[in-house]
Every structure is written in structure tokens, then in C-alpha cells.
Write a protein that binds this ligand. Sequence first.
Ligand SMILES: Cc1cc2nc3c(=O)[nH]c(=O)nc-3n(C[C@H](O)[C@H](O)[C@H](O)COP(=O)(O)OP(=O)(O)OC[C@H]3O[C@@H](n4cnc5c(N)ncnc54)[C@H](O)[C@@H]3O)c2cc1C
Length: 208
Amino acid sequence: MGTSLSTGESFARPAEAQQWRLSPGRHRPMGSHVIVAGAGIVGLATASELIRRGHAVTVLEKESGIAQHQTGHNSGVIHSGLYYKPGSLKAKLGTAGATSMRRFAEENGVFVDICGKLVVATELAQVPALQELHRRGQANGVPCRMISAEQAKEYEPYVSAVAALRVDSTGIVDFRGFATRCDARSSRRAVISASDNESWGSHRVPMR
Ligand SMILES: Cc1cc2nc3c(=O)[nH]c(=O)nc-3n(C[C@H](O)[C@H](O)[C@H](O)COP(=O)(O)OP(=O)(O)OC[C@H]3O[C@@H](n4cnc5c(N)ncnc54)[C@H](O)[C@@H]3O)c2cc1C
């Protein structure tokens, strides 16, 4: 049995982890037991995808629960991919990641609100930089358009701007809920926390 945590998730014990074996299937030639360090959104999303591909995974986490650091304390904004140099890996991954994050949240009952966002110029001298951002956004395939100060106020009455860039495709998501959902999908993972044992070295995990 796992240990019940304040966030409601269950941490499996190392002994439980040792029961896991790679299931036969088309991924078997690649199959391996993978150790992921850190139960933030990156570790849990990685674990979830590795499991989907047929690997056995153990997530090691030093805290007593998931999403205790950046993932559980961020602003919840889905980055649209606006800022990155067109053609760069960051631009490609940023836009793809925004789309897949939204899709995952919608398909898995995680709170997501595609409310769009405004990037504003608060003085005229900032308008060329905003126009460059607009150009980058379009080159990156991000739906965005320049709007006037009056139009910006229709979205946000309290905004102070001389011009704005409106991005319709992005919004906010519950990162902690997202991580919890990834965690729940990772049915063959164990999260071994520091509270289980102070020394990682003493844990034995199943290897092929
Ligand atoms: C204030 C703030 C606001 C942000 N706002 C946004 C935003 O609006 N939108 C956005 O997309 N991004 C935002 N970010 C960035 C985003 O939160 C991070 O990129 C993301 O959460 C990183 O996830 P992670 O899993 O890599 O790290 P974390 O969530 O920090 O998880 C790392 C985990 O690894 C564990 N760990 C560390 N060392 C070990 C070890 N040796 N052994 C075992 N476990 C270990 C930690 O305990 C932790 O649980 C923000 C970040 C901050 C700080």
C-alpha cells in the first residue's frame, strides 16, 4: 500500500516497485526500467510518456509529495511560443507544448481557461519592440494581432497601454492539477520520497 499524502496522491513503497516488470509488447526491444528524478511537471510528464511507451518507471522525489517546488508555485500561464526566435527548437517546442498542454488538460479534466493574453506597450518607444514580437509570433504560427489602446481596454478595463499585442490561443492552466493527473496516469511508477528512507542508495529498484 502506498503512503497517503496531503495532496491526496499515494506514494508506492520500494517493495511494491520491485513487483513491476516490463509488459511484453511492441516496445519490448527498447523497454527498460527508467529512473526519473523529481516529481514536478517535467518529471511526471516524462514518466507518464515513458510508461505509455512501455517502459517501467520509478520517480524519485525528495519531498513528501508531488509539485512541491516550481510546478506548485508558478503563475499558471501557458506560454504561447511568442518570444522565441523563429525556426529555433525553442519556438517549435514552445508552440507544440502549448498545444499539447491545452489538449491534455481538456482531455483529462484539468482546469484550463483559454482566456488569451495581452502584451502591452506602455509608451510609444516600446511599440517597435511589440511589432517585432508580433512578427515573431506570426512566424512561429502563434495567432496574434496588434490592437489599439481602446481595443485593449475592451479585454482589460484597467490596462494602461498605448498599443497591445493580443494572443487568442493561450491562457491559464492548473499546473498542480496537471502534474497530479500525469501522476495518476503513471500507474506503474513508484515515487520514493525522502521520508521513506533518507538514503537513496539503500533503495533497490527492479532492473531488466
Ligand atoms: C514564480 C514562478 C512562476 C512561473 N510561472 C510560469 C508560468 O506561468 N508558466 C510556465 O509555463 N512556467 C512558469 N514557471 C516555470 C515553471 O513553473 C517551471 O518551468 C516548471 O514547473 C519546472 O518543472 P520541473 O518539474 O522541472 O521543476 P519543479 O517543479 O521544481 O520540480 C523539480 C522536483 O525535483 C525534486 N528534486 C530536486 N532535486 C532532487 C533530488 N536530488 N532527488 C529527488 N528529487 C529532487 C524537487 O523536490 C521537485 O519536486 C514559473 C516558475 C516560477 C518560479
